[in-house]
Design a protein around this ligand. Sequence first.
Ligand code: PA5
Length: 422
Amino acid sequence: VTYSGDYADIITQGKEAELRHIHENLYAKKGQGSDFLGWLDWTSGLSEDFLNQLKTAAERIRKQADVLIVIGIGGSYLGAKAVIEALQPHFEKNPEFEVLFAGHQVSGSYLKQLMNYIEDKEVALNVISKSGTTTEPALAFRFLQKYMEDRYGNEAASRIYVTTDAEKGALLSLAKEKGYNRFVVPSDIGGRYSVFTSVGLLPIAAAGFDTEQLVNGAHAAEKELQAFDVHDNPAIRYAAVRHDLYEKGYTNEVLATFEPKLSFVQEWWKQLFGESEGKDHKGIFPISVVYTTDLHSLGQYIQDGKRNLLESFLVVDEVDEDLTVFEAENDADQLNYLAGTSLHDFNLVAYKGVSEAHLSGGVSQIGIHMKKLDEYHLGYLLYFYMLSCAYSAYLLDINPFNQPGVEDYKTAIFRLLKKPGY
Ligand code: PA5
């Protein structure tokens, strides 16, 4: 994690003591929301048995189906979506086996078209909801469960995989009653911190990606980022810089990347930080952009609009596939000056140029570098963000693990829909 300002200025004695206090409470599992710190050392406790069980289920799903529909919203879908989008090819995503998502919005046309699309494909469902009562996935499941029962009859149950709490919720009762395959969301891990549990790992394994490497990356992060080193621990550095800038009035963070495959990692990050920090009228508002696309839209605002923005760049240092600009005979497009430059090199230069320009426009810069876009480094990155988010929220004196604010809109909708009890 790099910073355009002077990091040493941020780490006063008082700040270091505050961070130490947060660190000690975090690892002693004390403090606000500490009942939801299961994710902190989750990968250390993962058994081979558990991973094998998930792998076996994923293989079974791939054998019985051409399409897995993952039904969930918020933390119950964004982790898997982020990892799958980051790793799958841009085109021909996976002609033999697809993972599709539902229940992350309420759209009749989406569900109708989805049911048409799967008509001549073999289908399995993974419905994910920790509470087991969230309306959007429950609604999608009502339609898709009927679809499965109409189409597969008694065989439907063997094609439905339910990931929910071990002890409570409407989805659990239904799964028990119908004899669906069951996976557990640990009670001490909230949705947006659950990507390394069955919530994320089952769909990711079914999509054909290496969950062991993903977990290995997260485990390496868990071990390495445990050190209390205010200067070198990137999770602490990122939280400390954000907090300092927030206190100086930078209340919006733009997460920028030049890698389009990371756009759902950005969505996951927005949910993680937005839902964890945005409470008690505090917190940085998370926004995301993909460059260079958005340099031709939001770039203008970032350079020149209201000055309350900080910008963090998520940079992939090495790429697997690239193209190098060649010399054209007549140079009609006047691009010969780029001959010999690869498109990745172009982006690295663009990163430098954009960050210089935005800095001169008053936008402070944070750089977050990941070596490669693969399972291991993604696992590392996601754990890094979760840990840093906990530090960040605690620096604001906020419980990172609840989301009381999302109840208000639900109550209003339920009242308008005349749900019994509202
Ligand atoms: O991060 C969270 O806790 C939330 O975003 C939840 O994941 C989301 O509201 C879905 O909840 P549930 O899994 O209970 O359906």
